[in-house]
Design a protein around this ligand. Structure first.
Ligand code: SAM
Length: 292
């Protein structure tokens, strides 16, 4: 059995062999604890029929755990310096393809078509670069890729916001954007000590199971998300005031918005953070009818 990449000793040896220096700007915090890696793969329920997309393989710590259990792994890595290292560290695994691209620019849908036609389900599994956590998750969801789910390590604070319920301080437009497409659950918190270098913040693993249909049906998706964002624009303001500010100013208009809120039985004095996703859907449909 080959020794895991993700042990402090082997990681150090690989980094020294290649004279690799971490780039903070690329969110390079590598995992050095094999148990955490197995837990990530467990939570993703990866099997021999799973195609896995990994984002940011680093020196291959998570990639090798995925390769041992999945049918195939396709990993997007932005840092060109890591490509020859990955070629070396992952040489025992024939089911891994590394793509040297920024995942935010990459055609992920094409990669899925090219590599996963013989897989039964597709999961995204990653220890994400923390500077772009939200754009990456939103890209994967908004492109409506044929994913079963996403299991990723990220900042605990972001995981808390994603999985938050209404009327909590963490609940906001990010919670609604992600829960619209997925069932979200934080499955594990992870201490800083399992990374080199250690990040400044605590981490967590979140599991997002993609819904067959969004949790609510809305008349216009982009208008719905605009209303959600506008409702949280100033968290301390009432929903009525945030909407008046968003939909332009004027007395007459304020009255129209008040009437629309009443028609869907939402008190305009409430704050955005108290509205459920279903209430936002009702509200945005009524405003869409009234104002478009
Ligand atoms: N998977 C490795 C591990 O767990 O040890 C490394 C994880 S490290 C937190 C994040 C990785 O993402 C780094 O290898 C970094 O170079 C890469 N990365 C950063 N931005 C990226 C982007 N936009 N697209 C693809 N990879 C990116």
């Amino acid at each position: 059995m080959i020794k895991d990449i993700a042990t402090p000793v082997r990681t150090k040896a690989i980094l020294e062999k290649y004279g690799f220096s971490f780039k903070k700007s690329l969110g390079q915090n590598f995992l050095i604890e094999p148990n955490v890696l197995s837990r990530i793969v467990d939570h993703a329920e990866v099997t021999e029929s799973t195609g896995v997309i990994e984002i940011g393989p680093g020196i291959g710590a998570l990639t090798e755990h995925l390769a041992r259990r999945a049918k195939k792994v396709v990993a997007f890595e932005i840092d060109q310096r890591l490509i020859p290292i990955l070629k070396d560290t992952l040489s025992p695994y024939e089911n891994v393809t590394i793509i040297n691209e920024d995942v935010l620019e990459a055609d992920v849908s094409k990669a899925i078509t090219e590599h996963f036609s013989d897989c039964e389900e597709i999961m995204v599994v990653a220890n994400l670069p923390y500077y772009v956590t939200t754009p990456i998750i939103m890209k994967l969801l908004e492109e409506k890729l044929p994913l079963k789910g996403i299991v990723v390590m990220l900042q605990k604070e972001v995981a808390d916001r994603i999985a938050a319920k209404p009327s909590t301080k963490e609940y906001g437009s990010l919670s609604i954007a992600v829960q619209y497409y997925t069932e979200a659950k934080t499955v594990m918190t992870v201490p800083k000590t399992v990374f080199v270098p250690q990040p400044n913040v605590d981490s967590a693993i979140i599991r997002l199971l993609v819904r067959e249909e969004p949790i609510v049906a809305v008349k216009n998706e982009s208008f719905f998300f605009e209303i959600v964002r506008a409702s949280f624009a100033q968290r301390r303001k009432t929903i009525l005031n945030n909407l008046v500010h968003f939909l332009a100013n004027g007395k007459e208009l304020k009255q129209n918005i008040e009437e629309t809120l009443t028609s869907v039985e939402i008190d305009g004095r409430r704050r955005g953070e108290s509205l459920s996703i279903a209430e936002f859907a009702r509200l945005s449909d009524a405003l869409y009818e009234a104002f478009s």
